[in-house]
Write a protein that binds this ligand. Structure first.
Ligand code: SF4
Ligand SMILES: [Zn+2]
Length: 135
C-alpha cells in the first residue's frame, strides 16, 4: 500500500462513500467534504490522475472534475511561449525592437544581450585601441 494511504481521511470512514453513483450529486459532495480536510489530498489526486482512475472521488474531485482538471493542465502546458518583440540592451540599457538584436543561440531567448549598434560600437572601439597600441 502506498505510504500516503495510511494517512487518508477516508481510511476510517470506508471507501464506499467515495464511489457514489454518477447521478448522486449529494453523495459526491459529502465525499468531497471529507477530502477537503484530508492531509494527503494532493497525493491522492496525483495518484488518480497518474493511474487514470475513472471512478469515484479522489483528492476532492469526481471523475468528471478530474477530466476537466487534466485538460486544463494540458492546455496550460501546451501554451505557445510569448513571442519576444523587444528587449533591453545590456550596454545602452535601452528597450529596443528585437530586430535590432543579432541571433545568438547560446542565450535562452535566442538573441544577443547587447543591440547591434552597441556591438558595432564596441567593435569599432576595439579596432581603434588595437591601432593605437600598434603606433
Ligand atoms: S483526498 Fe479524499 S479520497 Fe483521497 S485519500 Fe483523502 S479522503 Fe480519501
Ligand atoms: Zn544597445
Amino acid at each position: 500500500m502506498t505510504e500516503w494511504r495510511w494517512r487518508a481521511a477516508c481510511r476510517e470512514i470506508g471507501f464506499d462513500m467515495f464511489f457514489p453513483d454518477e447521478s448522486d450529486i449529494v453523495g459526491a459532495e459529502a465525499a468531497k467534504q471529507v477530502c477537503s480536510g484530508c492531509r494527503v489530498r494532493r497525493q491522492c489526486l496525483d495518484w488518480a490522475l497518474a493511474t487514470g482512475e475513472k471512478h469515484g472521488v479522489w483528492g476532492g474531485k469526481t471523475a468528471h472534475e478530474r477530466g476537466n482538471y487534466q485538460r486544463a493542465l494540458r492546455r496550460a502546458a501546451n501554451k505557445e511561449p510569448v513571442e519576444l518583440t523587444e528587449k533591453r540592451c545590456r550596454l545602452c540599457a535601452e528597450l529596443r525592437p528585437i530586430k535590432e538584436f543579432g541571433r545568438n543561440n547560446e542565450n535562452s531567448d535566442g538573441y544577443n544581450s547587447a543591440c547591434k549598434p552597441c556591438l558595432s560600437h564596441v567593435a569599432q572601439m576595439r579596432r581603434q585601441a588595437k591601432k593605437a597600441a600598434a603606433l
